[in-house]
Write a protein that binds this ligand. Structure first.
Ligand SMILES: Nc1ncnc2c1ncn2[C@@H]1O[C@H](COP(=O)(O)OP(=O)(O)OP(=O)(O)O)[C@@H](O)[C@H]1O
Ligand SMILES: [Mg+2]
Length: 230
């Protein structure tokens, strides 16, 4: 589904050139649940933003089903992102003046999908559709943000530390929901995290350090969220 080859992204830090991504190559198959692990500053977010088409790279290729998105003009790239991808961030990024339901519809309207009620029910927000983000807990806000992402029916869901701002119980709920989507809807998920225990939930673990991949491992039997230590 996704093939990344020799990806390089640098930042200019004063005199020095920092290799945030230093010749990264890997593949993601349809239906994978990929966990990207690594210490702070190792390049995880840079990688996720690059492969989801959010940020440009210096060189290398990112092929989705055979076509290289690094070659697209900005209009085609936006169309690709809208149709194929969705993103969940640690900081939710909900629109503060819109209700939970209206925020979720923001995702759906892009792709004219009408099973909003089903999605609201699935993320456990029934009865709270009309609340504003500040009237919801952190976990509930993250569920709105996941529901918004799912409402687009993406081919691939990117998550950057989706449980980073949540306590264990709420974080487990979110992971339950993400793993359920992966299993039942065969959604391809790519998730960045600090929590190495999450690797047990994945089908593929990519470890990074200093802009490089240090290890890729494939797991045949992912554990369930109840089985992992937090
Ligand atoms: N806009 C930028 N300008 C300059 N340097 C940057 C920029 N964004 C990131 N970097 C640097 O690139 C490297 C990788 O950053 P990145 O945000 O990808 O790390 P990360 O693995 O996601 O870290 P964390 O776990 O703390 O989120 C770091 O050294 C960071 O300081
Ligand atoms: Mg990061």
């Amino acid at each position: 589904m996704l093939r990344v080859k020799d990806l390089v992204k640098t930042y200019n830090n004063g005199e020095q050139r920092l290799y945030a991504l230093n010749k990264i190559s890997f593949e993601i198959n349809k239906g994978d649940f990929v966990v990207i692990l690594g210490p702070s500053g190792s390049g995880k977010s840079t990688l996720l933003n690059a492969i989801s088409g959010l940020d440009p790279v210096d060189s290398g290729s990112i092929c989705y089903d055979g076509s290289d998105i690094t070659k697209l003009d900005s209009k085609s790239l936006t169309a690709f992102r809208r149709k194929k991808t969705a993103f969940v961030f640690q900081a939710y990024y909900l629109l503060p003046t819109l209700t939970a339901e209206a925020n979720i519809r923001m995702g759906a309207d892009l792709a004219k999908i009408n099973n909003i009620d089903e999605i609201i029910e699935a993320v456990g927000l029934k009865g709270k559709e009309n609340r504003l983000p500040h009237e919801l807990s952190g976990g509930e806000q993250q569920r709105v943000s996941i529901a918004r992402a799912i409402a687009k029916s993406p081919d691939i869901l990117f998550c950057d530390e989706p449980t980073g701002a949540l306590d264990e119980e709420t974080g487990r709920q979110i992971m339950h929901y993400l793993t359920k989507l992966h299993k039942e809807k065969k959604l391809t998920v790519v998730m960045v995290t600090h929590n190495s225990n999450f690797s047990a939930l994945s089908t593929k673990v990519i470890k990074m350090n200093s802009g490089k991949i240090t290890d890729i491992s494939i797991r045949d039997n992912p554990s369930s969220v109840d089985e992992i230590v937090w």
